[in-house]
Ligand binder design. Structure first.
Ligand code: PEP
Length: 242
């Protein structure tokens, strides 16, 4: 399975960041990363300019959210069809920062189905909070999220769906799950999604821990926040996947 190294820029970026794909390519040229899929997910308004600069470099561009419907009276929202029309290939759905703002599993399922309908690969995020882990509920929480946010999705299609395991307490904190915890949770997710779906790990992935995380069984790439804003670290993480 080709590893996917995905950067979530969150609400960071500016019009002149359009050159990030070429800066990345200078550090890890296309010929040297044929075994990887590279993805940058900037704020939606920068997607189009980034696509123009990245498509020749074989770097994918994705969105951080989408609406479940194709069009309609939904102020401020963007449909997967619109994202696809400007070249987005992936969309993150159910990121814990959005779940914390009230996004529910049912919304995430609707968005994942909309992405598939619109021809974009959803990256469906799941993960437990620190309280849930410390109280011994991590497995149940993640399983419930998988069932509720992927129920009805055809998991036999393979690369058209990606799952990201992101323990909430590891996001942006510098803390990462232990290798044993990652292996155990990814095995559990693999048992649910079957053999064809890529499972990413996310949560403070950095150049210094990437190799150990990325070599774990059933870890098919990483979803990276902070370290994806700096091309030196993003490229170093990608190199660790080779
Ligand atoms: C994320 O936002 O999905 C994430 C994993 O962030 P960070 O790498 O900064 O922990």
């Amino acid at each position: 399975m080709k590893p996917l190294i995905a950067g979530n820029w969150k609400m960071h970026g500016a019009p002149d960041w359009y050159d990030y794909p070429s800066r990345f390519n200078a550090l890890l040229p296309e010929n040297d990363r044929k075994a990887l899929d590279i993805l940058m997910c900037p704020p939606a308004l920068f997607i189009e300019s980034l696509v123009r600069k990245s498509s020749e470099l074989n770097i994918h561009v994705g969105a951080q959210n989408c609406h479940a419907e194709t069009s309609g009276a939904h102020t401020g929202e963007i449909s997967t069809e619109m994202l696809k029309s400007v070249g987005a290939r992936f969309v993150i759905v159910g990121h814990s920062e959005r779940r914390a703002d009230g996004e529910m599993d049912a919304d995430i399922l609707a968005k994942a189905l909309a992405a598939i309908r619109g021809g974009i690969t959803p990256i469906v995020c799941v993960g437990e909070t620190l309280l849930e882990r410390e109280s011994g509920h991590a497995n149940n929480v993640v399983t419930a999220q998988l069932v509720a946010s992927l129920g009805g999705v055809d998991l036999t299609t393979g690369p058209e769906i990606v799952v990201a395991y992101e323990p909430v307490w590891a996001i942006g904190t510098g803390m990462t799950a232990t290798p044993d915890d990652i292996v155990a949770m990814h095995a559990r997710i693999r048992a649910y999604v079957g053999p064809k779906i890529r499972i990413l790990y996310g949560g403070s992935v950095k150049p210094n821990n990437a190799k150990e995380i990325l070599k774990a069984p059933n870890v098919n790439g990483a979803l990276i926040g902070g370290a994806s804003l700096d091309m030196d670290s993003f490229a170093a993480i990608a190199k660790a996947a080779l």
